[in-house]
Design a protein around this ligand. Sequence first.
Ligand SMILES: [Zn+2]
Length: 477
Amino acid sequence: MSQTFTLQSVLVLSEAGYQTQDVQVREGIIAAIGPNLSVIGEPIDGRGKLLLPGFVNAHTHSPEMWCRGLIPPLPLELWLGVLYQCPPLTPEQTYLAALWTAAETLLSGGTTLVDHLILTPGQELETIAAAAQAYQEIGIRACIAPLIQDHPMAVGLPTGQASGQLATTRQTQAVLELMETAVQRHHQPADGLYIAPGPTGFQLCSEALFEGCVELSQRYDLCLHTHLLETRAQQMLAYERYGVSGVEYLNRIGFLGSKTSLAHGVWLDDSDIDLLAMTGATIVHNPLSNLRLGSGIAPLLKYRQAGVNVTFGCDGSASNDGQDLLEAIKLGTMLHNPTDFEYRNWLSLPTAASMASLGGAKGLGLQEEIGSLTVGKQADLVLYDLSDWSMLPASDPLGLLLLGRPVNLIDRLWVGGRPILQDRQLKTVELANLRQRLLQGRSEWVTAPPALNQALEEQYRAVMGLGAGAKASAGKN
Ligand SMILES: [Zn+2]
């Protein structure tokens, strides 16, 4: 397949505003941008179309695709109790979930995703191999961060008294060895496939596990990915267990750096934000998940003002129920306006677009390779059809794209110059066939919503000071 082509008379966004330009791509690399360039490779008519760098879906959990729409509105800690009742996936189901997650990301302007991959117990390496195969087949740039932990779920909630650190388990070394094997087998940057150690979060991981991940990242030049302070309960737990904030703790053990990305970051105070800015770590904002789980509203405008790099994610489909990246960017752009009357601090649309592309690239240490329309970078590009009905009437393309309700308007999409989408169709997988396999996979309409774990609910209510109250059930309307 030709990875050399010339886009002619296409609308691009520059610091000076919109411009009509030609863009040459030679062997997958952006070779030139300017007016009236000579044609190399296939000529592509860009008139009436907007070319943007691909966005990054910077935090998701692809296996949750099978639980989409299933879990009633609940806070994270209780939601997790329901999620973990879902039976583990076979490698085939993992593969299909990864394909579908990638397809939805691509169809909403994403060319890269970060899969904080839930591992099937006893089949951890098979799970990683299945997801890796799916991403290579569909052609999305993917960072797989296997979700690892060495503490049981039960210790993820505060107890109400200073507990001190939990002992390292024998499991820690085994988990780190597994991670290293995954790196050796699947970390292939030249093929657009990356492995990043992905400890679940300080609530479920020992210091030894974090340190082992840092050591691996140094040895193999890997990114790091984890959840950070998603909920109020986690904020309380950090003080209870470590005597400091979660950010201070992770910084103290050397986990925060310019190649570390942190999902959520909802419960940080001003000094945490300053500390985070100094480390160069990236916050991945998942607005839909934060609202669905009632986690809170991340202080995004404060992050921006402090100089913290921020990008967007969908989070897994059990806490968002879709992987529409444009929807996440839309909500993440406007959600913060009511938090600051100083409207000059609000996100502009070019800023939001840059956060979604270059911001995501920075979080993966790939800012020299992808994330902007720059000569010498990889052609991870998306061509939007501005004549689509959902983009009319013609006004500000970015306003229509990021604030409107664009529907299936991607004319073409490339990853490293490889054509992945053309004429609004995925070229690398057949959606109709994938749909059929999903229906046969383990799809069935539920007759009753999953039940809450009562002991967990009681503990959560006590921690959050909610009182005993009437017993709730997950399915109660
Ligand atoms: Zn997550």
